[in-house]
Design a protein around this ligand. Structure first.
Ligand code: HEC
Length: 88
Protein backbone atom coordinates (compact mmCIF):
# COMPACT_ATOMS: atom_id res chain seq x y z
CA UNK A 1 0.00 0.00 0.00
CA UNK A 2 2.63 2.57 1.00
CA UNK A 3 4.90 1.73 -1.90
CA UNK A 4 2.02 2.48 -4.25
CA UNK A 5 1.48 5.85 -2.57
CA UNK A 6 5.18 6.61 -2.96
CA UNK A 7 5.13 5.81 -6.67
CA UNK A 8 2.10 8.01 -7.26
CA UNK A 9 3.65 10.85 -5.22
CA UNK A 10 6.96 10.62 -7.09
CA UNK A 11 5.23 11.03 -10.43
CA UNK A 12 3.79 14.46 -9.69
CA UNK A 13 1.90 14.61 -12.95
CA UNK A 14 -1.80 13.85 -12.87
CA UNK A 15 -1.78 13.53 -9.12
CA UNK A 16 -5.21 13.99 -7.54
CA UNK A 17 -5.61 17.00 -5.29
CA UNK A 18 -5.51 16.38 -1.55
CA UNK A 19 -9.02 16.03 -0.06
CA UNK A 20 -10.25 15.92 -3.66
CA UNK A 21 -13.86 15.39 -2.65
CA UNK A 22 -13.99 18.25 -0.13
CA UNK A 23 -15.88 21.45 -0.98
CA UNK A 24 -12.67 23.48 -0.70
CA UNK A 25 -10.77 21.25 -3.15
CA UNK A 26 -13.67 21.34 -5.58
CA UNK A 27 -13.97 25.10 -5.34
CA UNK A 28 -10.22 25.38 -5.94
CA UNK A 29 -10.32 23.02 -8.94
CA UNK A 30 -13.29 24.76 -10.52
CA UNK A 31 -12.16 28.37 -9.99
CA UNK A 32 -8.41 27.89 -10.34
CA UNK A 33 -8.26 25.07 -12.86
CA UNK A 34 -10.03 26.63 -15.84
CA UNK A 35 -7.11 28.55 -17.40
CA UNK A 36 -4.35 26.18 -16.31
CA UNK A 37 -4.34 22.92 -14.38
CA UNK A 38 -4.92 23.45 -10.66
CA UNK A 39 -1.39 23.59 -9.31
CA UNK A 40 -0.56 21.09 -6.56
CA UNK A 41 -0.92 22.79 -3.16
CA UNK A 42 2.45 21.37 -2.09
CA UNK A 43 4.20 23.12 -4.98
CA UNK A 44 4.22 26.48 -3.15
CA UNK A 45 4.72 27.71 0.41
CA UNK A 46 1.83 29.33 2.35
CA UNK A 47 3.09 32.88 1.77
CA UNK A 48 3.60 32.22 -1.95
CA UNK A 49 0.00 31.05 -2.20
CA UNK A 50 -1.22 34.30 -0.70
CA UNK A 51 0.70 36.25 -3.34
CA UNK A 52 -0.42 34.01 -6.22
CA UNK A 53 -4.05 34.13 -5.19
CA UNK A 54 -3.95 37.94 -5.28
CA UNK A 55 -2.04 37.90 -8.59
CA UNK A 56 -4.84 35.87 -10.21
CA UNK A 57 -7.55 38.42 -9.46
CA UNK A 58 -6.77 40.77 -12.39
CA UNK A 59 -6.43 37.76 -14.72
CA UNK A 60 -9.87 36.53 -13.74
CA UNK A 61 -11.31 40.02 -14.22
CA UNK A 62 -9.68 40.31 -17.67
CA UNK A 63 -11.16 36.97 -18.67
CA UNK A 64 -14.60 38.17 -17.61
CA UNK A 65 -14.83 35.66 -14.78
CA UNK A 66 -16.70 36.67 -11.62
CA UNK A 67 -14.33 37.66 -8.81
CA UNK A 68 -13.96 35.35 -5.84
CA UNK A 69 -15.93 36.47 -2.80
CA UNK A 70 -13.95 37.11 0.36
CA UNK A 71 -15.32 33.84 1.77
CA UNK A 72 -14.31 31.84 -1.33
CA UNK A 73 -10.88 33.41 -1.30
CA UNK A 74 -10.47 32.48 2.35
CA UNK A 75 -11.67 28.95 1.71
CA UNK A 76 -9.25 28.43 -1.18
CA UNK A 77 -6.35 30.06 0.63
CA UNK A 78 -6.78 28.03 3.80
CA UNK A 79 -7.10 24.83 1.74
CA UNK A 80 -3.91 25.61 -0.19
CA UNK A 81 -2.01 26.68 2.90
CA UNK A 82 -3.07 23.59 4.83
CA UNK A 83 -1.44 21.40 2.18
CA UNK A 84 1.33 23.78 1.17
CA UNK A 85 5.02 23.07 1.08
CA UNK A 86 6.52 23.75 4.50
CA UNK A 87 8.96 26.68 4.37
CA UNK A 88 12.46 25.63 5.43
C1 HEC B 1 -8.44 33.78 -16.16
C2 HEC B 1 -7.50 32.67 -16.20
C3 HEC B 1 -6.89 32.23 -14.88
C4 HEC B 1 -7.56 31.80 -13.76
C5 HEC B 1 -9.05 31.66 -13.55
C6 HEC B 1 -6.53 31.47 -12.78
N1 HEC B 1 -5.30 31.67 -13.31
FE1 HEC B 1 -3.51 31.24 -12.40
N2 HEC B 1 -2.51 31.88 -14.08
C7 HEC B 1 -3.11 32.38 -15.24
C8 HEC B 1 -2.07 32.73 -16.19
C9 HEC B 1 -2.31 33.32 -17.58
C10 HEC B 1 -0.83 32.42 -15.58
C11 HEC B 1 0.55 32.55 -16.23
C12 HEC B 1 1.56 33.32 -15.46
C13 HEC B 1 1.40 34.81 -15.54
O1 HEC B 1 0.95 35.33 -16.56
O2 HEC B 1 1.74 35.47 -14.53
C14 HEC B 1 -1.16 31.89 -14.25
C15 HEC B 1 -0.22 31.44 -13.33
C16 HEC B 1 -0.51 30.92 -12.08
C17 HEC B 1 0.48 30.48 -11.12
C18 HEC B 1 1.99 30.56 -11.29
C19 HEC B 1 2.59 29.43 -12.00
C20 HEC B 1 4.07 29.65 -12.18
O3 HEC B 1 4.67 28.75 -12.76
O4 HEC B 1 4.60 30.68 -11.74
C21 HEC B 1 -0.18 30.04 -10.02
C22 HEC B 1 0.40 29.43 -8.75
C23 HEC B 1 -1.59 30.24 -10.28
N3 HEC B 1 -1.76 30.76 -11.53
C24 HEC B 1 -2.59 29.96 -9.36
C25 HEC B 1 -3.94 30.23 -9.57
C26 HEC B 1 -4.94 30.15 -8.54
C27 HEC B 1 -4.70 29.77 -7.09
C28 HEC B 1 -6.13 30.47 -9.13
C29 HEC B 1 -7.50 30.56 -8.48
C30 HEC B 1 -7.69 31.65 -7.53
C31 HEC B 1 -5.86 30.75 -10.54
N4 HEC B 1 -4.52 30.61 -10.75
C32 HEC B 1 -6.81 31.05 -11.48
C33 HEC B 1 -4.45 32.49 -15.47
C34 HEC B 1 -5.47 32.15 -14.59
Amino acid sequence: MWSLVAIVAACGCAKPLPEAASPAAQLYASRCGSCHRPYAPESLTPSMWRVQLEAMEPKMAEAGLPPLSAAQQQQILSYLQRHAQQPQ
